[in-house]
Design a protein around this ligand. Structure first.
Ligand SMILES: Cc1cc2nc3c(=O)[nH]c(=O)nc-3n(C[C@H](O)[C@H](O)[C@H](O)COP(=O)(O)OP(=O)(O)OC[C@H]3O[C@@H](n4cnc5c(N)ncnc54)[C@H](O)[C@@H]3O)c2cc1C
Length: 418
């Protein structure tokens, strides 16, 4: 693959960042991905299935990983962030800060280290619903295929059991943070989203009632490589729920939380109802919504799931969630906006459809970027700096990959214009 000597720096290694890097590299540019987590793939790696086809996201991810591995024009850094970017002679002098992984490239992911590690940490990949050892493999399909050590939990050289057992010499407990300097001819921000913190929504019981979970937790509960091996069960007692309520716009379209609509939460809930009915078609699903939003081609998917038996849609904003005495159940209170009736629905489990909040806001990045009122970054920043994917607006994966391809082209154009 030819390389014309120009470098595009991509901040964020989710589907948008990977796509930008791949498209730029396949057009002959060098691409450097800077990802703050220990693996590439972003939030998509945490999804169980994609709407509307309900296929696992790994097929698409694996193709991208293969394109990255096969392309010498792409370099990626994990556990890394852009520390500074200074304009210099039409390009940027960028400094990356790379946190120590404590496991080097000799790691074969054999897992012997994990067996002897004596300490555990909450598994952030599964939203704290299970634990990993201090030395952990980020998730089944992680790229790079390499363990990492959580410095905050690891007992360090006073333990070192993992070092003793590793026959490849892959564990280096004295690894230090490092900085990498490089010249970037364009920068693309692909920093994506974080789930809105449901703990901030006082009336919906998250954090108070164990059986109130969020939509991203539901993705992990339904996943075969998730904390329950794919069995959707109540966190409080591990039983299969007989009924589940889905609360839409949890913290979204609400001036006290996030004013924007994340545009995918309704579709995600229909997908979650499909997960429930895949497990047991008798589980009763209630969906409380303000408006149903399904962009363009997704309408048929919504129609097919909402027509399923044991699926009830109630137009009404949920006012509160409480426990039902000693019965271990939960009661959702809402007003049905069609009939005007007050609804008190008793269920076994509740899923809050929390929206997408921009992971990077203006001011949180070392490059001066402006954002909309909602916090999503504007499409472009200073000369040669662009934004792509959910960093720019909440949307689905197909739109992200199209937008990321366009961002690669825009970045190339900005270089050619100089
Ligand atoms: C419950 C739910 C279900 C969904 N289901 C579907 C579905 O079925 N189908 C579908 O098409 N879409 C779905 N989506 C939407 C989908 O998740 C997004 O479209 C997709 O994640 C956007 O990818 P992205 O690369 O733009 O952002 P992300 O996936 O968030 O990736 C951004 C990456 O940037 C990294 N990063 C952030 N800040 C920095 C920084 N400062 N420095 C370095 N790295 C940084 C992050 O660690 C992350 O790896 C769903 C969303 C939700 C909430």
């Amino acid at each position: 693959m030819s390389d014309n000597g120009n470098t595009i720096l991509v901040v964020g290694g989710g589907i948008s960042g990977m796509t930008t890097a791949i498209e730029a590299a396949e057009a002959g540019y060098k691409a450097v991905i800077v990802e703050k987590k220990s693996y590439l793939g972003g939030r998509v790696a945490q999804m169980n299935k994609y709407f509307p086809k309900l296929c696992p996201p790994y097929c698409g991810m694996e193709i991208n990983f293969r394109r990255i591995r096969a392309n010498p024009n792409i370099r990626s850094y994990t556990l890394a962030e852009l520390e500074s970017a200074r304009r210099h002679n039409g390009s940027y002098k960028a400094t990356l800060r790379i946190q120590p992984r404590f496991v080097n490239a000799k790691c074969t992911a054999c897992g012997e280290c994990e067996k002897v590690c004596p300490v555990e940490r909450p598994n952030d990949f599964n939203f704290g619903m299970d634990k990993t050892k201090a030395i952990y493999f980020p998730h089944d399909m992680a790229m790079p295929v390499r363990y990492a050590i959580d410095e905050a939990t690891c007992q360090g050289s006073s333990c070192a059991k993992c070092v003793e057992v590793c026959q490849y010499g892959a564990i280096q407990l004295d690894m230090q943070a490092e900085t990498v300097e490089l010249e970037a001819d364009a920068i693309v921000m692909a920093t994506g989203w974080d789930p809105y913190d449901a703990g901030k929504i006082d009336n919906l019981g998250f954090g108070t009632h164990a059986d109130v979970i969020t939509n991203v937790m539901m993705e992990r509960l339904a996943a075969g490589n998730g904390p329950t091996g794919g069995k959707i069960q109540r966190p409080s007692d591990g039983k299969e729920p007989a009924s589940v309520a889905f609360v839409q716009c949890a913290g979204s379209r609400d001036e006290n939380h996030m004013e924007h609509c994340s545009s995918i939460c309704c579709l995600a809930t229909f997908k979650h109802i499909a997960y429930l009915h895949d497990q047991n078609p008798e589980i009763q699903a209630y969906m409380f919504y303000i408006d149903l939003r399904a962009q363009g081609k997704y309408e048929a998917f919504v129609q097919s799931v909402s027509a399923q038996e044991h699926t009830t849609l109630i137009k009404g904003k949920v006012a509160k969630i409480e426990t039902d005495g000693d019965a271990g159940q939960l009661v959702v209170t809402a007003e049905n906006a069609v009939t005007g009736e007050k609804v008190h629905q008793t269920v076994d489990m509740i899923v809050l459809a929390t929206g997408m909040e921009p992971a990077a806001k203006a001011g949180s990045l070392p490059v001066s970027m402006d954002s909309e009122q909602s916090g999503f970054l504007l499409p472009s920043g200073p000369e040669g700096v662009l934004t792509t994917g959910v960093a720019k607006k909440p949307t689905d994966v197909a739109s992200c990959t199209q937008d990321a391809t366009a961002a690669a082209l825009k970045a190339i154009q900005s270089i050619l214009r100089r």
